[in-house]
Design a protein around this ligand. Structure first.
Ligand code: THU
Length: 134
C-alpha cells in the first residue's frame, strides 16, 4: 500500500463526512499490519460536542473489527471538501491513536494537487499520557 493509495482512500472517505454545522470535511484511512484498511469520516451532531473526528472513526471501527496493530494513517480535510491545507489530527485523536500505536506510527497528510507530508505519532504527540501502572 503506497502513501498515495492510502491518501486516495482517505479522500474517498471524506466524501462521506457528515459536517452540516462546520462544513469542514475530513477523511481518514488507517492501514493495519495485516494490510487491511479501515476508513473514517467526521460525524457531526446537533449537540456539537458529540462530534466524532474522522481519525477516531477509523480507529474505533478498526478496533471494533478486531484489529490491534496499525502502521499508518492518511488524513485529508478541508472546508467544503476542498483540501487546501494539511489536516493534522487534533490532540484528542493523537491521544486515542497512542493507545494502540507507537512513536514510529506514520501519519500521512495530503493536499489537493498532490503535495504530501509524512510525520509520526511520536513527532505529533511527544509525552503521550499513559497510566503509571502500565
Ligand atoms: N475534525 C476531524 O475530523 N479531525 C480532526 O483531527 C480535527 C477536526 C473535524 C471535527 C469537525 O467535524 C470538523 O473537523 C471541524 O472541527
Amino acid at each position: 500500500m503506497t502513501d498515495q493509495a492510502l491518501l486516495q482512500q482517505a479522500k474517498e472517505a471524506m466524501q462521506r463526512a457528515h459536517a452540516p454545522y462546520s462544513g469542514y470535511k475530513v477523511g481518514a484511512a488507517l492501514l493495519c499490519a495485516d494490510g487491511s484498511v479501515y476508513l473514517g469520516c467526521n460525524i457531526e451532531n446537533a449537540s456539537y460536542s458529540l462530534t466524532n473526528c474522522a481519525e477516531r472513526t477509523a480507529l474505533f471501527t478498526a478496533v471494533a473489527a478486531g484489529q490491534r496493530s496499525f502502521v499508518a494513517l492518511a488524513v485529508v480535510g478541508g472546508q467544503g471538501g476542498v483540501i487546501n491545507d494539511f489536516a493534522y489530527p487534533c490532540g484528542a485523536c493523537r491521544q486515542a491513536l497512542s493507545e494502540f500505536c507507537g512513536a514510529d506510527f506514520r501519519v500521512i497528510l495530503g493536499k489537493d494537487g498532490g503535495e504530501t507530508k509524512v510525520t509520526t505519532l511520536g513527532e505529533l504527540l511527544p509525552g503521550a499520557f499513559r497510566l503509571a501502572s502500565e
